[in-house]
Each structure stands twice: as structure tokens, then as C-alpha cells.
Design a protein around this ligand. Structure first.
Ligand SMILES: Nc1nc2c(c(=O)[nH]1)N[C@H]1C(S)=C(S)[C@@H](COP(=O)(O)O)O[C@H]1N2
Ligand SMILES: [Mo]
Length: 436
């Protein structure tokens, strides 16, 4: 038996249904026959997950869950990534523990990954053939090579926050289906590319255009060529915003395959799903785009607050635009044992389309708050560093809570704002530390 195209990822299978995972990997014929053998497709998948070839694979008995998989998903390794927690391997989804996000510019090795489908083969030899089409409600449809992008338009380099709309979903109760992101589906890499609006202006936006539609080269998990894994878009005004990019470099290198080579969109401050990776076509439309993951309840929340577990009619959902104000403590990890009562505490804060006005920290479960020093962003839509010296009054266990406030005065809440699909959880980040 080979792995069906729509089979769940092996990580998820091993976590939830080890019997079935074993069947998929070892292909044993009956449940009674425990001694299967690792067939080719199984071997390829298993090697990919454990992160290396398995020299003695021929000796592996069926029913043996490799220790690296049996222990927990945290042992899965993604090539090119450092310390990420893999939530799923099909499609690949991995988040970054908060304490590994301490850099002002997130290194590529620590930037989360979220795929909805099967990434295309974008080996360097194909990049010369890559073309981007801009069509639909435009006066002059364009077809541009990577070289055209680089030479015919001004190149800009910006630090941009990219956060998955579902970041924080793991805290929802009742739980929401989907990747159980904790806090690490956020990154702030340096992106180089051209302004989305420069391309649209070159094509000439027609009066009746209201929305963009993004199309890419990745395939639907089912393998069905008629289906797209994701095709999102934004209102024309967001595409025309000076910090929305068609990027071709991440942290000074060509965008790696996992992050959408050779070019992708970044609409910073909005759910990162608006940032189509492996971009091939932008269509301007005279209606709100209705592509994959635009409709139904995808990337939408109820227009009003609802009680946890509430059933909300489809027509009461609205498309998520700006992400809410949020912050992380990144200088120390939960579980850290501190040997001195005074520490330098730091992290980042961001607020979708807005700027962060202040970040406050509490060490007494929210009874009192202390202001932190907050840096301005190096450019709009970058996250902002906050820092402070924090003094613990005595030895013991403490929780440190961080709460950011945006430039309208809106702060992060204590409790999550429940919604059916588990989006936009911006409740305060907490870490637990001991002082001895
Ligand atoms: N083509 C394509 N673009 C995509 C996706 C995808 O599955 N396919 N996932 C989107 C989602 S939901 C997120 S959160 C971001 C993640 O970007 P990253 O993997 O570079 O962190 O890419 C977005 N762009
Ligand atoms: Mo996402």
C-alpha cells in the first residue's frame, strides 16, 4: 500500500493513530501479521520525518514506532529549520517556540512554516522559466519574469511581521479544528521585493476593480488538479498599501522553497494567508474574491462576540483584515531557573496595520503592571522590541505576563475571544520562571 494523496500526515497519524501510521509506513497485509517491512514510499516518508536516511531500515520490524516518532512530535525535524515544533508534516506546518524568536529579524531557520497543500518543485533550474501574470480588471495585462521584477521596478527591503490567522488556536475551548498553533506562528523576517502597488499601477487598475485574487503553483492535498489548496486576495486598497510586497528575497537570500520561491506576496499585518507563496498569477476582480479559503468560515470570524461553543450562521461571518495587537516575551523560556533577582526581560510587540503604543509587564498575576521601554519599528509593519529590567521581590515561582496596547488604546485581553475556527487569539503571553 502506498500513502494515499489525501492521507493525513505521518506526524498526526503517529500521534493520534499509531496503528494506522504503522500500516501506512510498513504496509503490512493484516493486523495479525505484525512483521511487515518498510516499503519504499513508507521509507521515504519516514526518513523525511526523522530527518535522515535510515541505514538499517531493512531490520525495522513492522509495529515498531521509531523512538523519534513515538516520543512526541517535538522530535520531528524539518531540514533547514532550527528548533521548530512540527505540528503536521502533510501539509508541513511548524511553529517556533517563543524564546527562539528573540532576534529583531527572525532568521529563516526560525521562521514558522504553514502550507495548505503540496509545494511545487521550484528547483533553481526552473526559476528562469517562472513568469508572473497580472490580469483581470486591468488596462494592460502583464507577464513578468523574475528579472523583469528586479530590473523594471524599484526594489525595497522591509522587516515585516507575518502571522498566521490561526496563531494561538491551541488555547481555544471548546477546541477549534486545524493546526494547534500555540504562540509561534509569527515571524518578522527581512523581505526584499517590489511594491505590490507598483505592479498594479504598471498594469493599470480599472475603475471597477475591488479585490485581488492570488494564484500559486502548489497542489491540492487530494492531488485533484481542478482544486486549489488556497487562493486568497485582498481589497485593492490593501494591495496598494506601500508596504505590501511581491517579495523575491527573504533575509537577503532567494526565498527558500518552503517559503514560496521564487516569489510570494506579503500583505503585512493581515492574516499571513493573504501572502500567497509560489505566486504565479494576480487577477483583479470586480467582486470580492471567492477562491479556496476565501469563502465559508475560512479566515473569517463572527461580526459580533459569541459565547464559547456557539453556532454562528455563515452569513454572520466577516473576512479577517488587520490582525490584533499582540506581544511575546522572548528573552526567557518558561521553566527557566533564575539565579539572581534582577533580570533583563525583552520581547516584541506588533499590532496588524497599527503601531504599538506601549507594552506593560506584570509579575504578580496582573495585580500591578510596569511599563517597558518600547522601540519604534525600523519601518511600519515591523514588530517592535520592548525591554525592561525586572526585579523579583523574593525567591519563588513567578509568572511574567506581557500586555501590549496599540495606538488606539486597545490592549491584549486576559481571556481569548472565542470564535468557531480559532482565529485571532491575542490573549497575553505568559511565562513561568523560578528564582532561587
Ligand atoms: N501558495 C500558498 N501560499 C500560502 C500558503 C499556502 O498553503 N500556499 N499558506 C498561507 C498561510 S495560511 C500562511 S500562515 C503563510 C505562511 O507563510 P510561511 O510558511 O512563509 O511562514 O503562507 C500563506 N501563503
Ligand atoms: Mo495561515
Amino acid at each position: 500500500m502506498t500513502i494515499k494523496p489525501n492521507e493525513r500526515g505521518l506526524c498526526e497519524l503517529y500521534a493520534n493513530d499509531p496503528e494506522r501510521a504503522d500500516y501506512v509506513v510498513f504496509g503490512r497485509r493484516t493486523k495479525a501479521d505484525r512483521r511487515g517491512f518498510l516499503h519504499r514510499a513508507g521509507l521515504v516518508s519516514m526518513s523525511a520525518i526523522v530527518g535522515a536516511a535510515i541505514p538499517f531500515h531493512a531490520n525495522m520490524p513492522g509495529g515498531l514506532i521509531p523512538a523519534a516518532l513515538a516520543d512526541s512530535l517535538k522530535n520531528f525535524r524539518l531540514p533547514g529549520k532550527d528548533g521548530l515544533i512540527v505540528l503536521n508534516d502533510r501539509p508541513i506546518n511548524a511553529e517556533t517556540p517563543a524564546h527562539l524568536l528573540n532576534d529583531d529579524i527572525t532568521p529563516t531557520a526560525r521562521h514558522f512554516v504553514r502550507n495548505n497543500g503540496i509545494p511545487p518543485e521550484t528547483a533553481s533550474e526552473h526559476i528562469g522559466e517562472w513568469m508572473l501574470t497580472i490580469d483581470g480588471e486591468v488596462h494592460r495585462p502583464l507577464t513578468l519574469s523574475l528579472n523583469d521584477l528586479k530590473t523594471n521596478f524599484e526594489t525595497v527591503e522591509l522587516a515585516l511581521q507575518l502571522e498566521c490567522g490561526g496563531n494561538g488556536r491551541a488555547a481555544f475551548n471548546p477546541p477549534a479544528r486545524g493546526n494547534q498553533w500555540t504562540v509561534g506562528a509569527i515571524g518578522n523576517a527581512k523581505w526584499t521585493g517590489v511594491r505590490y502597488r507598483d505592479l498594479l499601477q504598471a498594469a493599470g487598475v480599472k475603475q471597477n476593480a475591488i479585490y485581488t485574487a492570488h494564484y500559486s503553483m502548489d497542489k491540492h492535498l487530494s492531488g485533484d488538479p481542478e482544486k486549489l489548496p488556497i487562493s486568497r486576495g485582498v481589497p485593492i486598497a490593501k494591495a496598494m498599501e506601500a508596504h505590501s510586497l511581491i517579495a523575491f528575497e527573504m533575509n537577503g537570500e532567494p526565498i527558500p522553497s518552503l517559503h514560496g520561491s521564487p516569489a510570494r506576496i506579503i500583505c503585512p499585518g493581515w492574516p499571513a494567508s493573504t501572502g500567497q507563496k509560489w505566486l504565479r498569477r494576480i487577477e483583479l476582480r470586480n467582486v470580492v474574491h471567492d477562491g479556496a479559503k476565501m469563502t465559508g468560515k475560512s479566515y473569517r470570524v463572527p461580526k459580533y462576540n459569541v459565547a464559547p461553543g456557539a453556532k454562528v450562521p455563515k452569513e454572520d461571518f466577516a473576512i479577517i483584515e488587520s490582525m490584533p495587537v499582540k506581544s511575546l516575551i522572548t528573552s526567557h523560556a518558561t521553566g527557566t531557573n533564575l539565579k539572581q533577582p534582577r533580570i533583563h526581560l525583552a520581547g516584541h510587540a506588533w499590532a496588524g496595520d497599527r503601531r504599538v503604543r506601549s507594552v506593560d509587564v506584570s509579575g504578580d498575576f496582573g495585580a500591578t503592571w510596569q511599563a517597558t521601554d518600547l522601540d519604534p519599528p525600523p519601518n511600519p509593519y515591523s514588530w517592535q522590541r520592548w525591554r525592561m529590567d525586572f526585579q523579583f521581590p523574593a525567591v519563588g515561582y513567578y509568572e511574567l505576563w506581557a500586555r501590549a496596547t496599540d495606538d488606539r488604546g486597545v490592549s491584549q485581553p486576559f481571556a481569548i475571544n472565542w470564535n468557531p475556527k480559532g482565529y485571532l487569539n491575542n490573549s497575553m503571553h505568559r511565562i513561568g520562571v523560578t528564582v532561587t
